[in-house]
Design a protein around this ligand. Structure first.
Ligand code: ZN
Length: 262
């Protein structure tokens, strides 16, 4: 499921392939992917314009047109982008196809249709309307501490709650907690100031390392838990057997030795 690092890689991909070409045609192959807009209106809002820049908030990506409208993309569970030349066939499960004036195309592909394609006039207003917290890579340390203080629940649930902090999902929350040596079921009320600083630093470090590896697991650092997310695998730090536990009904991987229960 695409999380912040994945969406950041999609954003770079969009930037390197799809800017500064006139959009000629927008074809919606499955209406269920559209959010609050018709296929006709999506085409009319984008056709004749070029995308000039991109941004991201949490798991949402935005591409700005010269017309000051922003295309909104969310990748759900199975979404991705694929840029094609004139001769290529769009991948199976393409839901929206953007055709540029040179006849190259950008496909928004999403097998399970849990993502979305829409428009907004303002990404920050869109994020507020969606009740998203600050982006995990943009948030400042003081804000991070304030958001987590005085709250109930486990740290794993808080990290994956998009209304508190946007961008982190199941896999990267496990990675951040592993690198921070904090048990996923630790109550927020028992985290020290040092714990919060460690967590903050690891959010930045882990997300950046995953982006630098272009979210290719084989290219990620050896010390990443992500490379060992399987039953019976060994902890890359201490060699203990990795265990799983359910937190907020999600399967959570952790090292019982490095991340002892408090
Ligand atoms: Zn360990």
């Amino acid at each position: 499921m695409p999380e912040l690092p994945d969406v950041e890689v999609f954003r770079s991909y969009f930037e390197s392939t799809s800017l500064k070409q006139d959009v000629e045609q927008v074809d919606v192959l499955d209406q269920r992917i559209l959010e609050d807009i018709s296929a006709k209106n999506l085409h009319e809002a984008l056709a004749g314009y070029r995308f000039i820049s991109t941004t991201r908030h949490g798991k949402y990506m935005f591409a700005k047109t010269e017309g000051n409208t922003w295309l909104v993309l969310h990748f759900g569970m199975t979404g991705y982008l694929h840029y094609l030349t004139e001769e290529d066939d769009p991948p199976r499960h393409t839901r929206v196809l953007f055709t540029f004036d040179g006849e190259n195309k950008l496909a928004f592909v999403d097998q399970r249709i849990l993502g979305l394609v829409g428009l907004t006039e303002d990404p920050e207003a869109f994020a507020r309307d969606r009740d998203l917290g600050p982006d995990a890579l943009q948030i400042k340390i003081d804000e991070f501490k304030e958001l987590l203080s005085g709250r109930r629940g486990t740290i794993k649930a808080a990290l994956t709650n998009q209304a508190i902090i946007a961008g982190i999902g199941n896999i990267y929350a496990d990675e951040i907690l592993f690198q921070s040596k904090i048990h996923p079921k630790t109550q927020l009320s028992s985290l020290s100031d040092d714990d919060l600083e460690t967590l903050y630093d690891q959010i930045q470090t882990v997300c950046q390392a995953a982006i630098d590896a272009e979210v290719d697991v084989d290219q990620m650092p050896d010390w990443f838990l992500l490379r060992h997310r399987e039953a019976g695998e060994r902890c890359p730090r201490c060699g203990a057997e990795i265990e799983t536990v359910k937190v907020s009904s999600r399967t959570t991987y952790f090292c019982p030795k490095c991340q002892p229960k408090r």
